[in-house]
Design a protein around this ligand. Sequence first.
Ligand SMILES: [Zn+2]
Length: 330
Amino acid sequence: MSFNIIPGQHKTKKILQDSIKNQRISHAYLFTGNNGLGKLEMAREFARAILCNKNVVNACGECLSCKKIEHYNHPDFKITEVLKDHKRILIDQIREMQKEISYKPYESDYKIYIINQAAKMTIQAQNSLLKTLEEPPKYAIIILINESKNELIPTIVSRCQEVKLYNQSKYVIQDYLKRNYNLSPKQALLYATIARGKYKKAVNLSSEEDFMNNREMIIKFITNIEKKNNLAIYNFSEKLVELSDTDFPLYELMLSLLRDILVMKRDVKNNIINFDYKELITNTVDKFDIYKIYELTGMVNKYNDYSDKNIKKELLFPSLLFKIRSSNNI
Ligand SMILES: [Zn+2]
């Protein structure tokens, strides 16, 4: 185990490793980036590298310190997060952390505290933490983790060094899945593409039976949409609304399907993402002309933006499906 457990993110890893090598470790960090990129894993590996008894910029994974962090029983390392059955990180949790941090490290030169999903801290908790960030003990390293910095109070953000994680290319994720999860290159590329750069999402998708079932339902419906009457479209829309409230990657799947139709239109020998539905997709190729597919792709992208803004999906999905049906040449 080392930074290698997180696929890609070379720039981010280099920044962290250089800071250890050059002994320029900050007292406070804020790790940002989309969920599913491995922010917590990155923070943990950073802590392991700092506290490792053997290696400098990469945890050895074998020394006592590395083992203790792995098993969450290192006295100088702690993760604070939302407690079970709670919705927020409470001020009492921060106070407890502050009390601990006031004691010198037990086994190393540093004490490292991670606060996961930092924006879940109540405002009182954030204000309390601010005091520690203003005057941290010289051995303290506090790592906040959050999707975006905008959800935290600005005075906290200004005290932290931001470390960004980025969405990775599908090939980086594909390679990671192949190496670690025993998937074929085609399977790995499917999950990597649908997960759009987030390896943890890709790993989850590869183990969810629901994902495969719902995907089958959607691909079969859309590739046969010319046979569906209005009632069928409304019923199907309802299912999509339900799915869109889960973490099912609906838009990503639709985009991959449109992309596959486009790719097959150019050359049927091309590799497609949804390789296990090649026959259905091949049969669809003549039903749409290229410009219609571009138009539909734009529409799906636009709807993806809309759905972030809480515009009623009950209205969006039927209109998208009717548009797909009317784009059909048959
Ligand atoms: Zn070690």
